[in-house]
Design a protein around this ligand. Structure first.
Ligand code: NAD
Length: 365
């Protein structure tokens, strides 16, 4: 039970604190690695660590709380609410690995991690299909006007059926920005499941690598923007993609088009999106991610009827949460044992640096 709770039954942290104390007592006399969790993770992940690490759970995901505890941690298992800055990494002299419970690494200063030989790794795979499903279901819910019609039916306005609002998906064009793991599954579902047309813009894939029948790969972003009935974003947040979709892009889009973002909030300029939705430059938006998370409850997007929102939950299905936690825990241990994790943007760079260091030392002797 945590200090602020009076009832052990209802304290959400009780199982974690119990486990933590059990692990602490077990490791007396042993030098187990200290693994910090920025937020609680699924029990499946804790089971992986049981007996193999001392687990510390941050009381909250703020930079301040996580940063303080990170100073003497060997590993950090990171969810999305904490931004790991260069200062936090610099102050954590024992830190060897930052292991994300997902594939997106944009809340980590990877450059600083690499400079300080801290391996950054993520879990890719288990969530892909579910994020793709989420994007496609948002398209359907928006086009069919589910939120509005649900509300009217409950209110007794059965006549809303004669407003003829639902639109079909078949024959509509989906414009994908980013044709990686998730983008390709979206394309597959849209083509095979809904008989839609798919155009994609991704300058980093070549047409020959696209094994999906029916996807038109365009090298012209504006062309995809102008012709899409549904624009769905599947790019990482990078210098190139942050703010990629703003006022100029919304102006090009069809007034009947919907934008769906299950990638990263920063890819869309949110203030421009609010304007585009209010001015009728586009018809609506389905958003799982936001510029700032958690978003301010006063966020203007929440005042708009043509917006459907979810709390960055596309990947968090019953099937994936355990797998993501397990994967992140396993990756942290793999790196602490000196082995290469399945997905890391800086493992090879750090190994090369270490090798160069050893060689230059040998020469100088
Ligand atoms: P991925 O790396 O497999 O694919 C990303 C694709 O984007 C790549 O093909 C890359 O070439 C392309 N790309 C990069 N820069 C581009 C640019 N400037 N223009 C067009 N294309 C560009 O990634 P993924 O696993 O498919 O994930 C896609 C996004 O979904 C990421 O932002 C990831 O963080 C996010 N995601 C969100 C959730 C969620 O819960 N909402 C869960 C998982 C992943």
């Amino acid at each position: 039970m945590c200090r602020s709770c009076t009832n052990e039954q209802s304290c959400k942290l009780a199982p974690y604190n119990y486990l933590r104390s059990r692990l602490r007592s077990r490791q007396q006399g042993n030098s187990l690695h200290k693994i910090l969790l920025s937020e609680p993770i699924d029990e499946a992940g804790l089971k992986v660590l049981e007996g193999r690490a001392e687990i510390v759970i941050s009381p909250d995901p703020s930079e301040e709380s996580v940063g303080k505890l990170l100073k003497d941690a060997d590993a950090l298992i990171l969810r999305t609410a904490t931004r790991v800055t260069a200062d936090m990494i610099k102050a954590a002299s024992s830190l060897k690995v930052i292991s994300r419970t997902g594939g997106g690494l944009s809340n980590i200063d990877i450059e600083a991690a690499t400079e300080h030989n801290v391996v950054v790794c993520g879990v890719k795979g288990p969530q892909d299909r579910f994020v793709a499903e989420h994007a496609v279901l948002m398209m359907g819910a928006l086009a069919k006007r589910f939120s509005y019609l649900d509300e009217q039916t409950r209110k007794g306005n059965f006549k809303s059926r004669f407003e003829y609002l639902p639109d079909g998906l078949a024959g509509k064009r989906v414009g994908l920005i980013g044709l990686g793991r998730i983008g390709r599954i979206v394309a597959d579902i849209c083509i095979k499941g809904f008989n839609m047309e798919v155009w994609a813009y991704d300058p980093y894939v070549d047409a020959a690598s696209i094994v999906l029948d029916g996807v038109v790969l365009s090298d012209n972003l504006n062309e995809v923007l102008k012709t899409a009935d549904f624009l769905s974003l599947h790019v990482p947040a990078t210098e190139e993609t942050i703010g990629l979709i703003g006022k100029d892009q919304f102006t090009l889009m069809k007034p009947t088009a919907f934008i769906i973002n299950t990638s990263r909030g920063e890819v869309i300029r949110e203030a421009d999106l609010v304007e585009a939705l209010k001015n009728g430059h586009i018809a609506g938006a389905g958003l799982d991610v936001f510029e700032k998370e958690p978003p301010d409850p006063q966020n203007q997007l929440f005042q708009l009827e043509n917006v459907l929102v979810t709390p960055h939950s596309a990947a968090l299905t019953k099937q994936t949460v355990a797998k993501l936690a397990e994967g992140a825990a396993e990756n942290a241990l793999i790196v602490l044992e000196g082995k290469k994790p399945p997905y890391s943007p800086n493992w090879d760079i750090i190994q090369d640096k270490k090798q160069t260091h050893v060689e230059s030392k040998a020469i100088s002797h």
